[in-house]
Design a binder for this molecule. Structure first.
Ligand SMILES: C[S@@+](CC[C@H](N)C(=O)[O-])C[C@H]1O[C@@H](n2cnc3c(N)ncnc32)[C@H](O)[C@@H]1O
Length: 283
Protein backbone atom coordinates (compact mmCIF):
# COMPACT_ATOMS: atom_id res chain seq x y z
CA UNK A 1 0.00 0.00 0.00
CA UNK A 2 1.36 3.41 -0.85
CA UNK A 3 2.19 5.89 1.91
CA UNK A 4 -0.53 8.35 0.93
CA UNK A 5 -3.20 5.64 0.93
CA UNK A 6 -2.22 4.48 4.46
CA UNK A 7 -2.25 8.12 5.59
CA UNK A 8 -5.75 8.62 4.13
CA UNK A 9 -7.05 5.50 5.88
CA UNK A 10 -5.56 6.67 9.19
CA UNK A 11 -7.18 10.09 8.82
CA UNK A 12 -10.56 8.50 7.98
CA UNK A 13 -10.26 6.19 11.00
CA UNK A 14 -9.41 9.11 13.29
CA UNK A 15 -12.39 11.12 11.96
CA UNK A 16 -14.71 8.14 12.47
CA UNK A 17 -13.48 7.64 16.07
CA UNK A 18 -13.91 11.35 16.87
CA UNK A 19 -17.41 11.39 15.33
CA UNK A 20 -18.41 8.27 17.30
CA UNK A 21 -17.01 9.75 20.53
CA UNK A 22 -18.88 13.03 19.89
CA UNK A 23 -22.14 11.15 19.26
CA UNK A 24 -21.79 8.85 22.28
CA UNK A 25 -20.58 11.43 24.80
CA UNK A 26 -21.82 14.85 23.64
CA UNK A 27 -24.83 14.50 21.32
CA UNK A 28 -26.54 11.70 23.27
CA UNK A 29 -25.02 12.51 26.68
CA UNK A 30 -23.80 8.95 27.29
CA UNK A 31 -27.25 7.31 27.27
CA UNK A 32 -26.14 4.43 25.02
CA UNK A 33 -23.26 3.70 27.42
CA UNK A 34 -25.33 3.32 30.61
CA UNK A 35 -26.47 5.32 33.62
CA UNK A 36 -23.04 5.64 35.21
CA UNK A 37 -21.65 7.42 32.15
CA UNK A 38 -24.69 9.74 31.91
CA UNK A 39 -24.27 10.80 35.51
CA UNK A 40 -20.49 11.05 35.25
CA UNK A 41 -20.94 13.47 32.33
CA UNK A 42 -23.46 15.60 34.26
CA UNK A 43 -21.10 15.66 37.26
CA UNK A 44 -18.26 16.71 34.96
CA UNK A 45 -20.15 19.59 33.32
CA UNK A 46 -22.37 20.66 36.24
CA UNK A 47 -20.45 23.90 36.78
CA UNK A 48 -21.08 24.93 33.15
CA UNK A 49 -24.66 23.67 32.74
CA UNK A 50 -26.50 26.93 33.51
CA UNK A 51 -24.19 28.99 31.30
CA UNK A 52 -24.72 26.60 28.38
CA UNK A 53 -28.53 26.45 28.82
CA UNK A 54 -28.92 30.14 29.63
CA UNK A 55 -32.68 29.95 30.36
CA UNK A 56 -34.50 33.30 30.42
CA UNK A 57 -36.23 34.00 33.71
CA UNK A 58 -39.29 35.47 31.93
CA UNK A 59 -39.73 32.39 29.72
CA UNK A 60 -39.39 30.04 32.69
CA UNK A 61 -42.15 32.01 34.40
CA UNK A 62 -44.35 32.19 31.32
CA UNK A 63 -43.97 28.57 30.10
CA UNK A 64 -43.40 26.63 33.34
CA UNK A 65 -44.41 28.32 36.60
CA UNK A 66 -47.49 30.22 35.39
CA UNK A 67 -49.11 27.28 33.52
CA UNK A 68 -48.56 25.03 36.56
CA UNK A 69 -50.18 27.62 38.84
CA UNK A 70 -53.12 27.99 36.43
CA UNK A 71 -53.66 24.22 36.28
CA UNK A 72 -53.70 23.76 40.05
CA UNK A 73 -55.68 26.96 40.87
CA UNK A 74 -57.12 27.91 43.31
CA UNK A 75 -54.62 25.77 45.27
CA UNK A 76 -51.41 27.73 45.93
CA UNK A 77 -49.43 25.59 48.34
CA UNK A 78 -48.84 22.25 46.63
CA UNK A 79 -46.26 19.62 47.48
CA UNK A 80 -44.17 19.38 44.30
CA UNK A 81 -41.61 16.77 43.24
CA UNK A 82 -39.21 17.60 40.42
CA UNK A 83 -37.44 14.45 39.24
CA UNK A 84 -34.05 14.90 37.51
CA UNK A 85 -34.08 18.47 38.76
CA UNK A 86 -30.53 19.19 37.56
CA UNK A 87 -29.47 22.63 38.77
CA UNK A 88 -32.96 23.36 40.13
CA UNK A 89 -34.58 24.95 37.10
CA UNK A 90 -38.20 24.02 37.90
CA UNK A 91 -37.96 24.68 41.68
CA UNK A 92 -36.45 28.09 40.90
CA UNK A 93 -39.23 29.04 38.46
CA UNK A 94 -41.96 27.98 40.92
CA UNK A 95 -40.43 29.56 44.02
CA UNK A 96 -39.99 32.86 42.18
CA UNK A 97 -43.69 32.88 41.30
CA UNK A 98 -45.41 35.50 43.48
CA UNK A 99 -48.40 33.25 44.31
CA UNK A 100 -46.58 29.98 44.93
CA UNK A 101 -46.69 29.07 48.62
CA UNK A 102 -45.84 25.38 48.40
CA UNK A 103 -42.77 23.20 48.96
CA UNK A 104 -40.58 21.66 46.28
CA UNK A 105 -38.43 18.55 46.46
CA UNK A 106 -35.82 18.25 43.72
CA UNK A 107 -34.24 14.84 43.12
CA UNK A 108 -31.31 13.99 40.89
CA UNK A 109 -28.59 11.36 40.54
CA UNK A 110 -25.80 13.81 39.76
CA UNK A 111 -24.41 15.04 43.06
CA UNK A 112 -22.67 18.01 41.44
CA UNK A 113 -25.78 19.16 39.58
CA UNK A 114 -27.51 19.17 42.96
CA UNK A 115 -24.70 21.20 44.49
CA UNK A 116 -25.26 23.82 41.77
CA UNK A 117 -29.00 23.69 42.55
CA UNK A 118 -28.36 24.51 46.22
CA UNK A 119 -26.29 27.52 45.13
CA UNK A 120 -29.03 28.69 42.75
CA UNK A 121 -31.78 28.39 45.37
CA UNK A 122 -30.09 29.32 48.64
CA UNK A 123 -32.56 32.18 49.20
CA UNK A 124 -35.44 29.68 49.17
CA UNK A 125 -33.71 27.04 51.29
CA UNK A 126 -36.58 26.75 53.80
CA UNK A 127 -39.03 25.79 51.01
CA UNK A 128 -36.92 23.51 48.85
CA UNK A 129 -35.12 20.23 49.58
CA UNK A 130 -32.65 18.51 47.30
CA UNK A 131 -32.22 14.76 47.38
CA UNK A 132 -29.44 12.72 45.82
CA UNK A 133 -31.33 9.68 44.56
CA UNK A 134 -32.39 7.79 41.46
CA UNK A 135 -35.55 8.33 39.43
CA UNK A 136 -35.97 4.57 39.10
CA UNK A 137 -36.53 4.17 42.87
CA UNK A 138 -38.29 7.29 44.14
CA UNK A 139 -38.06 7.44 47.96
CA UNK A 140 -41.71 8.31 48.57
CA UNK A 141 -44.93 6.39 49.27
CA UNK A 142 -47.63 6.01 46.60
CA UNK A 143 -50.03 8.94 46.00
CA UNK A 144 -47.91 11.57 47.78
CA UNK A 145 -47.48 14.67 45.60
CA UNK A 146 -49.87 17.28 44.22
CA UNK A 147 -47.56 17.95 41.27
CA UNK A 148 -44.80 15.79 39.76
CA UNK A 149 -42.51 17.09 37.02
CA UNK A 150 -39.62 15.66 34.99
CA UNK A 151 -38.12 17.91 32.31
CA UNK A 152 -35.56 17.20 29.59
CA UNK A 153 -34.49 13.98 31.23
CA UNK A 154 -36.48 10.85 30.26
CA UNK A 155 -34.54 10.39 27.02
CA UNK A 156 -31.27 10.28 28.99
CA UNK A 157 -32.53 7.52 31.24
CA UNK A 158 -31.70 3.92 30.67
CA UNK A 159 -35.15 2.68 31.85
CA UNK A 160 -37.53 5.56 30.98
CA UNK A 161 -40.68 3.42 31.16
CA UNK A 162 -39.87 2.37 34.73
CA UNK A 163 -39.30 6.03 35.60
CA UNK A 164 -42.64 7.03 34.08
CA UNK A 165 -44.27 4.39 36.30
CA UNK A 166 -42.51 5.86 39.34
CA UNK A 167 -43.62 9.41 38.49
CA UNK A 168 -47.23 8.24 38.27
CA UNK A 169 -46.96 6.09 41.42
CA UNK A 170 -45.96 8.96 43.72
CA UNK A 171 -48.52 11.40 42.21
CA UNK A 172 -51.78 11.55 44.16
CA UNK A 173 -55.05 10.77 42.32
CA UNK A 174 -56.12 14.02 40.64
CA UNK A 175 -52.54 15.35 40.84
CA UNK A 176 -50.83 17.15 37.94
CA UNK A 177 -48.02 15.57 35.91
CA UNK A 178 -45.71 17.58 33.65
CA UNK A 179 -43.04 15.83 31.58
CA UNK A 180 -41.20 16.77 28.41
CA UNK A 181 -41.16 14.93 25.11
CA UNK A 182 -38.03 15.16 23.00
CA UNK A 183 -39.01 16.09 19.44
CA UNK A 184 -35.51 16.42 18.01
CA UNK A 185 -35.16 12.67 17.50
CA UNK A 186 -32.58 12.57 14.70
CA UNK A 187 -29.57 11.60 16.77
CA UNK A 188 -31.24 9.41 19.40
CA UNK A 189 -32.72 6.32 17.71
CA UNK A 190 -34.76 4.18 20.10
CA UNK A 191 -34.54 6.74 22.91
CA UNK A 192 -37.46 9.01 22.15
CA UNK A 193 -41.22 8.47 21.98
CA UNK A 194 -43.80 9.73 19.50
CA UNK A 195 -46.76 11.66 20.95
CA UNK A 196 -48.97 8.60 20.38
CA UNK A 197 -46.54 6.32 22.24
CA UNK A 198 -46.15 8.70 25.15
CA UNK A 199 -49.92 9.19 25.59
CA UNK A 200 -50.43 5.42 25.50
CA UNK A 201 -47.65 4.83 28.07
CA UNK A 202 -49.14 7.49 30.32
CA UNK A 203 -52.62 5.98 30.03
CA UNK A 204 -51.15 2.62 31.10
CA UNK A 205 -49.68 4.34 34.20
CA UNK A 206 -53.08 5.79 35.07
CA UNK A 207 -52.49 9.30 33.73
CA UNK A 208 -55.46 10.46 31.72
CA UNK A 209 -56.40 13.42 29.52
CA UNK A 210 -52.71 13.91 28.66
CA UNK A 211 -52.08 16.71 26.17
CA UNK A 212 -49.00 17.73 24.24
CA UNK A 213 -48.11 21.42 23.93
CA UNK A 214 -45.48 23.26 21.87
CA UNK A 215 -42.59 24.47 24.05
CA UNK A 216 -38.94 24.63 23.04
CA UNK A 217 -37.12 23.80 19.79
CA UNK A 218 -36.23 20.28 20.99
CA UNK A 219 -39.13 19.58 23.35
CA UNK A 220 -42.89 19.52 23.80
CA UNK A 221 -44.55 19.72 27.20
CA UNK A 222 -46.92 16.89 28.12
CA UNK A 223 -49.55 17.62 30.76
CA UNK A 224 -51.77 15.03 32.43
CA UNK A 225 -53.72 14.23 35.59
CA UNK A 226 -53.65 11.00 37.55
CA UNK A 227 -56.98 9.18 37.40
CA UNK A 228 -59.29 9.72 40.37
CA UNK A 229 -59.36 12.42 42.97
CA UNK A 230 -57.98 12.92 46.47
CA UNK A 231 -57.51 15.81 48.89
CA UNK A 232 -54.53 18.10 48.21
CA UNK A 233 -51.38 17.01 50.04
CA UNK A 234 -50.24 20.61 50.63
CA UNK A 235 -46.79 21.66 51.78
CA UNK A 236 -46.26 18.75 54.18
CA UNK A 237 -42.98 18.39 56.07
CA UNK A 238 -40.40 16.02 54.62
CA UNK A 239 -40.46 13.51 57.48
CA UNK A 240 -44.08 12.68 56.58
CA UNK A 241 -43.18 11.64 53.04
CA UNK A 242 -39.52 10.55 52.84
CA UNK A 243 -39.44 6.75 52.50
CA UNK A 244 -36.37 4.60 52.99
CA UNK A 245 -34.95 3.67 49.55
CA UNK A 246 -33.39 0.50 50.99
CA UNK A 247 -36.24 -1.33 52.75
CA UNK A 248 -38.96 0.71 50.96
CA UNK A 249 -41.26 0.47 53.96
CA UNK A 250 -40.02 2.73 56.76
CA UNK A 251 -40.17 6.52 56.79
CA UNK A 252 -36.96 8.51 57.31
CA UNK A 253 -36.64 10.76 60.37
CA UNK A 254 -34.05 13.50 60.85
CA UNK A 255 -31.63 13.43 63.77
CA UNK A 256 -29.01 16.18 63.68
CA UNK A 257 -27.08 15.94 60.38
CA UNK A 258 -28.57 12.61 59.22
CA UNK A 259 -31.82 10.93 58.27
CA UNK A 260 -32.56 7.46 59.70
CA UNK A 261 -35.05 4.84 58.58
CA UNK A 262 -37.44 4.06 61.43
CA UNK A 263 -37.82 0.50 60.13
CA UNK A 264 -34.40 -0.84 58.97
CA UNK A 265 -32.13 1.77 60.60
CA UNK A 266 -30.47 2.83 57.29
CA UNK A 267 -28.70 6.21 57.61
CA UNK A 268 -28.41 8.99 55.02
CA UNK A 269 -26.16 11.96 55.70
CA UNK A 270 -26.94 15.58 54.89
CA UNK A 271 -24.12 17.10 52.86
CA UNK A 272 -22.47 20.38 53.83
CA UNK A 273 -24.61 22.06 51.13
CA UNK A 274 -27.83 20.62 52.59
CA UNK A 275 -28.39 17.83 50.03
CA UNK A 276 -29.83 14.64 51.55
CA UNK A 277 -27.59 11.85 50.28
CA UNK A 278 -29.96 8.92 49.82
CA UNK A 279 -28.25 7.30 46.85
CA UNK A 280 -25.50 5.59 48.89
CA UNK A 281 -28.29 4.13 51.09
CA UNK A 282 -30.11 2.73 48.06
CA UNK A 283 -27.08 0.75 46.81
C1 LIG B 1 -30.77 17.72 30.72
S1 LIG B 1 -30.74 17.65 32.49
C2 LIG B 1 -32.29 18.36 32.87
C3 LIG B 1 -32.27 19.06 34.20
C4 LIG B 1 -33.53 19.87 34.52
N1 LIG B 1 -34.72 19.05 34.61
C5 LIG B 1 -33.70 20.98 33.52
O1 LIG B 1 -34.73 20.98 32.80
O2 LIG B 1 -32.83 21.85 33.43
C6 LIG B 1 -31.00 15.92 32.82
C7 LIG B 1 -30.85 15.56 34.29
O3 LIG B 1 -31.29 14.21 34.48
C8 LIG B 1 -30.51 13.66 35.52
N2 LIG B 1 -30.63 12.19 35.47
C9 LIG B 1 -30.30 11.37 34.45
N3 LIG B 1 -30.58 10.10 34.75
C10 LIG B 1 -31.13 10.11 36.00
C11 LIG B 1 -31.66 9.11 36.87
N4 LIG B 1 -31.67 7.84 36.50
N5 LIG B 1 -32.14 9.49 38.08
C12 LIG B 1 -32.13 10.80 38.45
N6 LIG B 1 -31.65 11.79 37.67
C13 LIG B 1 -31.16 11.46 36.46
C14 LIG B 1 -29.11 14.16 35.21
O4 LIG B 1 -28.24 14.05 36.32
C15 LIG B 1 -29.41 15.61 34.82
O5 LIG B 1 -29.32 16.48 35.91
Amino acid sequence: MTDWLSMLLLVLLAVAIIALGWWLLIATEGVYLGRRIVIWLYDLFAHRYDRVKNYYREYEHMYLAQPIMERIAPHRSPLVLDVATGTGRLPLALLRHAHFQGRVIGLDLSRRMLHQATQNLYVFEDRVTFIWGSAENLPFPDDTFDVVTCLEALEFMVRPQAVLGELARVLRPGGLLLISQRINTRLMPGKTWSSGQILELLARCGVEDAQAQIWQVDYRKIWGYKTGSSPAAGARPLDEVLRCPRCRSGLMKQREQSWFCDSCGARAVIGADGVIELFPVER
